[in-house]
Design a protein. Structure first.
Length: 124
């Protein structure tokens, strides 16, 4: 395999670098999916900032909604529009945990969240 160093222009001009995955939702019928998109760098920063106060401490009430808020940040329609809003956090939290976890696992994988990243975000 040869090594090719990208130029700044080539890196910044790339339009197809954002991954997405259709997560199967068989509970809702044959072929039912929810598209989960990788976050951009700015979206991930915004997501992580939701959990901290100005003094750097975590906001406990929001930590309890980590999974739900991750889905708000990652689940999008085919044309990239957010599927959920922060107003949907409680409703997402009332869904079957196995279904939510399937989506959360895809969101974490696509956006490069490691266990250490999650622990740092939630302050463990």
């Amino acid at each position: 395999m040869s090594r090719v160093v990208l130029s700044k222009a080539a890196f910044l001009a790339s339009v197809n670098d954002r991954k997405r995955e259709d997560v199967p939702m068989p509970e809702f019928g044959d072929g039912a999916v929810i598209p989960v998109w990788a976050m951009t760098a700015r979206e991930r920063t915004t997501f992580e900032r939701q959990f901290a106060t100005s003094n750097g401490k975590t906001v406990d009430a929001r930590l309890q909604e980590f999974r739900e808020r991750l889905l708000v940040a990652s689940c999008r329609t085919d044309d990239g529009q957010p599927m959920f809003t922060l107003e949907d956090v409680a409703a997402i939290g009332s869904k079957d945990a196995a279904i939510v976890e399937r989506l959360v696992n895809a969101a974490q994988r696509l956006s490069g969240f490691t266990q250490q990243d999650i622990e740092a975000t939630v302050g463990n």
